[in-house]
Design a binder for this molecule. Sequence first.
Ligand SMILES: Nc1ncnc2c1ncn2[C@@H]1O[C@H](COP(=O)(O)OP(=O)(O)OP(=O)(O)O)[C@@H](O)[C@H]1O
Ligand SMILES: [Mg+2]
Length: 332
Amino acid sequence: MTLAIKAAGLTKSFGDVVALNGIDIEVEQGTVLGLLGPNGSGKTTIVRILATLLKADSGVASVAGFDVVTQPDEVRSVIGLTGQYAAVDEYLTGRENLELFARLFHLSKIDAKKRADQLLDRFDLSDAADRGIKGYSGGMRRRLDLAASLIGRPNVLFLDEPTTGLDPRSRQGMWEVIEDLVADGTTVLLTTQYLEEADQLANKIVVLNHGEVIAKGTSDELKSQVGGDRIELVVGAASDLPSAAGLLREFGSGPATTEPEIRTLLLPVSGGSSAIVDVVRKLDENKINIADIALRRPTLDDVFLSLTGHAAEDKTETAGAPKGRRGRKARR
Ligand SMILES: Nc1ncnc2c1ncn2[C@@H]1O[C@H](COP(=O)(O)OP(=O)(O)OP(=O)(O)O)[C@@H](O)[C@H]1O
Ligand SMILES: [Mg+2]
């Protein structure tokens, strides 16, 4: 196993704010590590330290075997970075931006042109290549930004929230591009606020909260910590709950729990949406009235609730969630 990124005991404070409080990270070559955490948890700070843009107060880190403090030039020569905010020049066209970056990498004029063309094509930007960036959509900007970070053919790529603000289709497109890069052998460290994104792309996930690692593992390991998928069923009458629980036992991957005061039954399931069909059919056959039913997949919020006892974005209890159930869980 070769480590492309290795960090141990990283700390960083900004005045009174402790941004990182002893971070250990290891990323195997050719794999994707997802750094998952809410606003202010330290994701960008870690990326900046690893990319040699910021010095840690203590701890050590190396990228491709090069120490980020004593060998910054070597580190820079093997990495690519797509920052959280687009780094491209508003007043240039897409093609001009890429050519500019290529020239910064000391490519000749002709090679810069070639490289820009290749990347424009790869990122589906050829049609828009000669338009000013100002008219690009968020998704196009993000793709151009990623293209720019690939000019130097980096072995290790840092992507800071590559899909925040993108619509589902653009997000999907970005995921495919990242998957292609990894298939070609690139090591990727990406930060994200979406468990779904880490789930799709990352071999391993590190969950951050207030500058500390609060969990790490594969996406399956994290999800099993929060209990996996579950069906939330609201029945017409609370008195139906015990019989519903009995009828549905065979579909659950664990015991059902009921919350009579909100006529709700929670059933852990492994079959995803097909389990919902079974449940609806069974209840229908037995004339139990369904007021509402939904499949709930674990979200980052659930991971946070289960790991910290409070919601991700907010120290109060209900950050962006369906109120009732979540509020109670947070107080537990
Ligand atoms: N240059 C700085 N000066 C002062 N405080 C900073 C600076 N950079 C980061 N911080 C603080 O350090 C903490 C971690 O910030 P960081 O940007 O790493 O979080 P993040 O996880 O990337 O958040 P986001 O999801 O909002 O991008 C925050 O409390 C932030 O306010
Ligand atoms: Mg950030």
